[in-house]
Design a protein around this ligand. Structure first.
Ligand code: DCP
Ligand code: MG
Length: 384
């Protein structure tokens, strides 16, 4: 706690006091105040069952039916997502398609159309930039917005943003509004789908009290189990631990936990720093010796790359595509071409070229794209 006289006396002479808030500072008899950073207003915006919602919008006859998007059952496919009708049957993202069909035999499984989702995400991001440039995308359909500087109150503002997205894309979204990223993210789940939930600064402690610890970022299954063994289920339970106790249990993360379980999170919203390229690669347990073997693996890598691209860089112009090979003697070669769209036949052509350069057994294949250089500002202008 820092004495209020700091402004008058200067930093060096300011008195620091352990006296509780509103008690007088013993040295200068002026009431000390906690030096607070300016409270922020953060919105976490998340589209509802994004890929499935796009598909249903484009095929209205599917409305009301259980719909999922993903790989086919006979090809050991996995779902990317499903609509809320399908979720009633226990169908979930990342579930193998055959399992989803066991749970919901009438499930309609559609193939992914990443190019469409990317286009949609770009349009949505364009809408967000009309309200603030302080946007941190978390994935294709999710972003934090810092709207502290916005004139309007954040709750009604979130309503306007969601309304605009719906008017222009016919897709619904949900939002969480809070004084920091942690609270906003948790709150966006509370009234999903097509809803929003606001936690005001003075409501944070009450909001955290009964919240399951699993909701805190950084707490995975392992930490959750560890905490459960200690009788800790909610953030309120966790608040009973001291800082040193949490450090003993969780190392450095214990310090974060001490704050997080109280709903304190100082992480700023960090606007995207544009990456130059995006790639995916795999090292094989057994070297590949034929072009056919390499082509088979390339197809898998291509699917991963497209999914990654749709998730992380849905709005960027691609200038080059490349295929990288590492051979069993650890030498490497890269084949790349400007002006090619990222399609499987073009990646295959690059693989052929790279493979034929040596014919050596292949230890690793990588496939990737390079992006046009852009500043945050020019990205924003493009999206308008
Ligand atoms: N996605 C994916 N694989 C996963 C999870 C998600 O490919 N394991 C894709 C499909 C989703 C999109 O990312 O539509 C957004 O992910 P979300 O976790 O936000 O899930 P949804 O938007 O589908 O559903 P929700 O309404 O719960 O946000
Ligand atoms: Mg979503």
């Amino acid at each position: 706690m820092e004495c209020r006289s700091v402004g008058v006396l200067g930093k060096e002479q300011a008195h620091y006091s352990n006296t509780p808030l509103l008690q007088l500072c013993l040295l200068c008899q002026i009431s000390p105040v906690k030096v607070e950073k300016q409270p922020r207003s953060i919105i976490h915006l998340d589209m509802d069952c994004f890929y499935a919602a796009v598909e249903i919008r484009d095929r209205p006859s599917l409305r009301g039916k259980p719909v999922a998007v993903g790989g086919a059952r006979d090809r050991r496919g996995v779902l990317t997502t499903c609509n809320y009708e399908a979720r009633k049957f226990g169908v979930r993202s990342a579930m193998p398609t055959f399992m989803a069909l066991q749970r919901c035999p009438n499930l309609i499984v559609l193939p992914t159309r990443f190019d469409v989702y990317r286009r949609e995400a770009a349009a949505i991001r364009g809408i967000l930039y009309r309200f603030t440039s302080l946007i941190e995308p978390l994935s294709l359909d999710e972003a934090y917005l810092d709207v502290t500087a916005h004139a309007g109150a954040p709750g009604p503002l979130a309503q306007v943003i969601r309304g605009t997205i719906f008017r222009e894309t016919k897709l619904t979204s949900s939002a969480g509004i809070g004084p920091n990223k942690l609270i906003a993210k948790i709150a966006s789940e509370m009234n999903k789908p097509n809803g929003q939930f606001e936690v005001k600064a003075e409501e944070v402690l009450g909001f955290m009290k009964d919240l399951p610890v699993r909701q805190i970022w950084g707490i995975g299954e392992k930490s959750e189990r560890k905490l459960e063994e200690l009788g800790v289920k909610t953030c309120g339970d966790l608040q009973r631990f001291s800082r040193p106790e949490l450090v003993d249990l969780f190392g450095k993360f214990g310090l974060d936990l001490y704050d997080l379980c109280r709903g304190i999170d100082d992480r700023p919203v960090e606007p995207d720093r544009p990456r130059k390229s995006l790639s995916t690669e795999e090292t094989f347990a057994v070297d590949l010796t034929t072009l056919e073997q390499c082509e088979e693996k390339l197809e898998e890598l291509f699917q991963d790359l497209m999914a990654d691209l749709a998730q992380k860089e849905s709005t960027r112009d691609i200038t080059k595509i490349f295929v990288k090979l590492k051979f069993n003697d650890f030498t490497r070669t890269t084949a790349e071409r400007a002006g090619l769209a990222p399609t499987l036949p073009d990646f295959r052509a690059l693989l052929d070229e790279a493979f034929r350069r040596t014919g050596k057994p292949v230890r690793l294949i990588g496939a990737g794209v390079r992006f046009a250089e852009t500043t945050q500002e020019s990205t924003q202008m493009d999206l308008w």
